[in-house]
Design a protein around this ligand. Structure first.
Ligand code: UGA
Length: 471
């Protein structure tokens, strides 16, 4: 199939590379010439596993880059709109980029086209796109508008795209649905997974994925409802973690107990410092705003957002509990990205916490395996940027873990102990076992679990662990 994707941001670039890998001919259109030049030169603008391989494989062959939307639309059966939908000051999604693309499409319609919303957009957007295309003189039967929400996560975007739990297609005519079925056929008929050069299957992936056909409005709602539900799951467990802290229970044990109920499931039940990123915060506000506009007060979402913000305040309180006054204290910070596996710092709770701690007068040395450079654009010289975790910890009054990078979960604890001025670790991502940390001589604060110090060690555990350290 010949496909145009408009917008070479996160979703557009990953979708373009993956569609090309599925055997389609893809034109990726953007109006940012610098971005296009960089892509043509072989640069990869985002940190995403397998993306460099896919771009190398298809660049200049089945994946080309262009600033000419009209020619691209003329050459394609389907046009995916993957432009940005940033929040307005009121929290609504700004759809002006979507509208400007929709205005250009009619002048390029030379045969039946399917116009597909791929960006996260509020319900009714497909109706508006249709109206705009008609208003600009396209014959009503020369196109359809479909919604094909994307569920990929940053850091695992390529495998999420090629090994999805499901593919959702919102299409109001059979003609339109059949084109989207054909586009996804290499995944849904399993042929992609038979190929020797297919991107490797992640654990847990079930293939082939089901394709769910719905109305366009339902598909639009599915995307917002899905992100809102996941954010709610995180806020729920963060609220339970606060309860655990109040009564001295252990949230990890509670998670195991509730997550093993198959109706609830264990995923997205990790408590921490709250969710961030370019999706959940923005999408929750947009979903809240569109619900209100449609006459429904979705107050549950307000509470999800409130708990999320509170989680950062609670963390700062923990730093106070550990260090008493903060002015002049030196803190080592591990993690600036909004989650592990990415260099993205948009709405990162780690960066927001660093800013708060700076306001409290702390001195900060931070290390992130991928996001130091991006963070520098926001935090400038207000903090020191360390070359590794141990340098960040060097001479610090306490070490804060703010992002769930895998490498932060396997640090050399003895070396860390030596680097720190005081052996205090405040872990916002629960990467360590409190008993182990206490046995290694740390005072260890985490989320929803009792504070662990060598004094809190159960006798046997303490004795055994000390013996182990001596040997
Ligand atoms: C999210 C969704 O997971 C994707 O399905 C969706 O396609 C995407 O938004 C989008 O709308 O484009 P993403 O923002 O990449 O993906 O990141 P997640 O892995 O969902 O994490 C979001 C935040 O929640 C991070 O700050 C993470 O640290 C936090 N989180 C996640 C927790 O605090 N606890 C958890 O158990 C899981």
């Amino acid at each position: 199939m010949h496909i145009t994707i408009v917008g070479s941001g996160y979703v557009g670039l990953v979708a373009g590379a993956c569609f090309a890998d599925m055997g389609h001919q893809v034109i990726l259109v953007d109006n940012d010439q610098q971005k296009l030049d960089a892509l043509n030169k072989g640069q990869v603008p985002i940190h995403e596993k397998f993306l460099p391989e896919l771009l190398d494989r298809h660049r200049g062959r089945s994946l080309t880059f262009s600033d000419d939307l009209r020619s691209a639309v003329q050459a394609s059966a389907a046009v995916f709109i993957a432009v940005g939908t940033p929040p307005t000051e009121q929290g609504e999604a700004d759809l002006s980029y979507v509208e400007s693309v929709a205005r250009i499409i009619p002048s390029a319609i030379n045969s039946y086209k399917v116009v597909v919303e791929k960006s996260t957009v509020p319900v009714y957007t497909s109706d508006w796109i249709r109206k705009i295309i008609l208003r600009n003189a396209a014959p009503p039967d020369s196109f359809d508008v479909a919604s094909n929400p994307e569920f990929l996560r940053e850091g695992t975007a390529v495998t999420d795209f090629l090994y999805p739990d499901r593919i959702v297609v919102g299409a109001d005519t059979e003609r339109c649905a059949s084109i989207l079925r054909a586009i996804y056929a290499p995944l849904t008929d399993g042929s992609y997974y038979q190929r020797q050069d297919a991107i490797p299957r992640p654990d847990r992936a079930q293939t082939p994925p089901p394709l769910i056909i719905t109305s366009t409005k339902s598909a639009e709602l599915i995307k917002h409802a899905c992100n809102a539900f996941l954010a709610m799951k995180i806020s729920f467990i963060n609220a339970v973690a606060s309860m655990c802290e109040s009564v001295g229970a252990n949230v990890q044990q509670v998670c195991q107990g509730i997550g093993s109920d198959s109706r609830i499931g264990p995923r997205f039940l990790n408590p921490g410092i709250g969710y961030g990123g370019s999706c959940f915060p923005k999408d929750l506000m947009a979903f809240r705003a569109v619900a209100r506009e449609c006459g429904y007060e979705f107050r549950l979402l307000d509470e999800v957002m409130r708990i999320n913000e509170d989680q950062r305040r609670r963390f700062v309180r923990k730093v106070h509990d550990a260090l008493w006054t903060l002015r002049g204290k030196r803190l080592g910070v591990l993690g600036l990205a909004f989650k592990g596996g990415t260099d993205d710092i948009r709405e990162s709770p780690a960066v927001l916490l660093v800013q708060t701690l700076l306001q409290e007068g702390c001195k900060i040395a931070a290390y992130d395996p991928a996001a130091n450079e991006r963070a520098r654009e926001v935090l400038n010289a207000s903090i020191e940027y360390a070359a590794d975790a141990y340098e960040a910890a060097s001479g610090a009054d306490a070490l804060l873990i703010l992002t769930e990078w895998e490498e932060f979960a396997s640090l050399d604890l003895d070396r860390l102990h030596q680097q720190l001025k005081y052996p205090i670790v405040i872990d916002g991502r629960n990467l360590y076992d409190p008993g182990t940390m206490a046995a290694r001589g740390f005072t260890y604060y985490s989320v929803g679990r009792p504070v662990a110090t060598s004094e809190t060690l159960p006798l046997q555990e303490g004795a055994g662990a000390k013996k182990a350290i001596r040997s």
